[in-house]
Design a protein. Structure first.
Length: 289
């Protein structure tokens, strides 16, 4: 059975409703970690909340998909549209990062600015991950690793989700979800071969079930998790709907469902029943089996 489990909330700082949910899921539930989107509207509020929660691990949710950049470096224009917002879908960004040195330099500059923003606010990041899994593209993963070294950050989300969690007896997931997990899994294998030292968790759960990490999912982790590695991360998206638009995110009402599951007494009991240790990336090096 899993010994240690990191339960991370993505999108911290996107909106006040998400920030409120992150705080609630940590203080009333099993959430141990969250990753801030530094360039989003409620990032300042997220920092203030994080400073009140000393046991919450806080990382950086690197973002090249939403809103405007933080970097003032002119090279970042290679990532933007005419309105100055990020222009590319994940697929187009992957191709451009492979073919264009200019784009790679822009990615590095913007990621560095986002990490520095969090540090300048007085938070030492526990780890790095990304919006829409963009850090998993091997070329971009290498960029993120170089920045992690520069900023003395020891962990990067390794987005390898075991294939068996996509099928019964695990909860149902969509064909799209399984395809997304398959693509990310293949890239994760490459990334671990090239940069193993940053991959602190042995698996990531929640890729195929994005938006569906509900009560039944936590029950499945407890019941069927014997074949999972000793350390795992679960990716969640808790939130209230205020401040979110369907044009910007497909996860609206699902966020409240995930919040309720994170705060559920049943979920807490599932963790206790199988002896899971709640942790975050910043605590891993200080813990012993």
């Amino acid at each position: 059975m899993v010994k240690k489990i990191i339960i991370n909330a993505d999108d911290f700082g996107w909106s006040e409703g998400i920030n409120q949910a992150v705080e609630q899921a940590h203080t009333e539930g099993v959430l141990t970690s969250a990753t801030i989107m530094p360039n989003m509207p409620a990032a300042e509020q997220a920092v203030e909340i994080a400073k009140k929660l000393p046991n919450l691990g806080v990382g950086v949710h690197l973002n090249l998909m939403e809103a405007c950049p933080l970097s003032q470096d002119g090279c970042v224009a290679a990532l933007l549209d005419e309105e100055g917002t990020f222009a590319f879908t994940p697929g187009r960004l992957a191709v451009k990062s492979l073919l264009s040195k200019e784009v790679r330099l822009a990615i590095k500059a913007e990621f560095a600015a986002q990490i520095q923003w969090v540090i300048d606010k007085g938070i030492k990041p526990t780890h790095l991950d990304s919006h829409k899994h963009i850090h998993n593209f091997p070329v971009i993963f290498s960029i993120v690793c170089s920045l992690a070294r520069s900023f003395n950050i020891s962990a990067i989300r390794w987005s390898f989700e075991p294939k068996f969690v996509c099928f019964r007896p695990w909860p149902f997931t969509s064909t799209t979800g399984r395809q997304r997990a398959s693509v990310v899994r293949k890239m994760a294998r490459i990334n671990r071969l090239q940069h193993p030292s940053f991959c602190k968790a042995g698996a990531l759960l929640g890729v195929a079930h994005t938006g569906k990490v509900d009560q039944s999912y936590w029950r499945a982790i407890a019941r069927y998790g014997d074949n999972l590695p000793p350390v795992i991360e679960v990716m969640t998206h808790p939130g209230y709907t205020e401040g979110l638009e369907e044009a910007d995110t497909r996860l609206i009402k699902q966020r409240k469902v995930e919040l309720d599951a994170l705060c559920s007494e049943r979920t807490k009991q599932y963790m206790r029943d199988v002896g899971m240790v709640l942790t975050h990336y910043g605590q891993l090096e200080n813990q012993t089996d």
